[in-house]
Design a binder for this molecule. Structure first.
Ligand SMILES: Nc1nc2c(c(=O)[nH]1)N[C@H]1C(S)=C(S)[C@@H](COP(=O)(O)O)O[C@H]1N2
Ligand SMILES: [Mo]
Length: 200
């Protein structure tokens, strides 16, 4: 077996059990990856809605959203372009809190955003304390380029599943691929199973 590092000019961090296969530690950097321009929706026009196959539309204005029970989370994040970032600190509202009292037959969710980006999820990936709508990063209001005023955070899946500039969720009975999922990325995107592209 060769001891020569494969490293494509990047530090390889073997042996760090926080790194999913094929990923590297981005350290203190926090790359910005956006498919289009950064939207700047005024908070007075912002709302978050839960729609689709639900027993009734739910809608929160910015102030109502800010009054919901909040949680602080510290999580590792993993981008499909292979950087990972450890111990990122966020605050926001658990998706469980938004779904409290909602009756639905849906097993799928399409997250939608200002700017038109979408990403699909199994509802089960957003519940049981595994997903949040976050509006602060590292103790400060979430910067627009990273998805402010609020973004979805689903740290157990590749980071394209964490929709920036989130405006709501459409609950759907059938799975509808989102933006990157229609361009050949994996439907679920579990970094530990290295589900980067459809077929992985
Ligand atoms: N609305 C929206 N959300 C998005 C994206 C985007 O282009 N638009 N890019 C996704 C991708 S591919 C990644 S890796 C992360 C990047 O988040 P960051 O820019 O905060 O690092 O946001 C995801 N969420
Ligand atoms: Mo990404």
């Amino acid at each position: 077996m060769s001891l020569v590092s494969r490293g494509f000019g990047r530090r390889e961090q073997r042996g760090d059990e926080r790194l999913p296969p094929g990923q590297y530690d981005a350290g203190d950097t926090f790359p910005v990856l956006s498919a289009g321009p950064t939207p700047h929706t005024p908070l007075t026009e912002w709302d978050l809605t839960l729609q689709g196959e639900v027993d009734g539309l739910r809608r929160w204005t910015w102030e109502e959203f800010r009054d919901l029970p909040r949680e602080a989370v510290s999580v590792d994040i993993h981008c499909v372009t292979k950087w990972s970032k450890f111990g990122t600190r966020w605050e926001g509202v658990a998706v469980d809190t938004l779904l409290d009292g909602v009756r639905t037959e849906s097993a799928y969710v399409l997250a939608f955003c200002d700017g038109g980006y979408t990403t699909n999820h199994r509802l089960s990936d957003l519940t049981d304390g595994r997903a949040w709508v976050v509006d602060t990063y590292d103790g400060r209001p979430l910067a627009p380029e990273h998805g402010g005023p609020a973004r979805l955070l689903v740290p157990h899946l590749y980071f394209w599943k964490s929709a920036k500039w989130l405006r709501g969720f459409a609950l759907t009975r059938f799975n509808e691929p989102g933006f990157w999922e229609t361009f050949g990325y994996h439907d679920r995107g579990d970094p530990w199973l290295e589900q980067r592209y459809s077929g992985d």
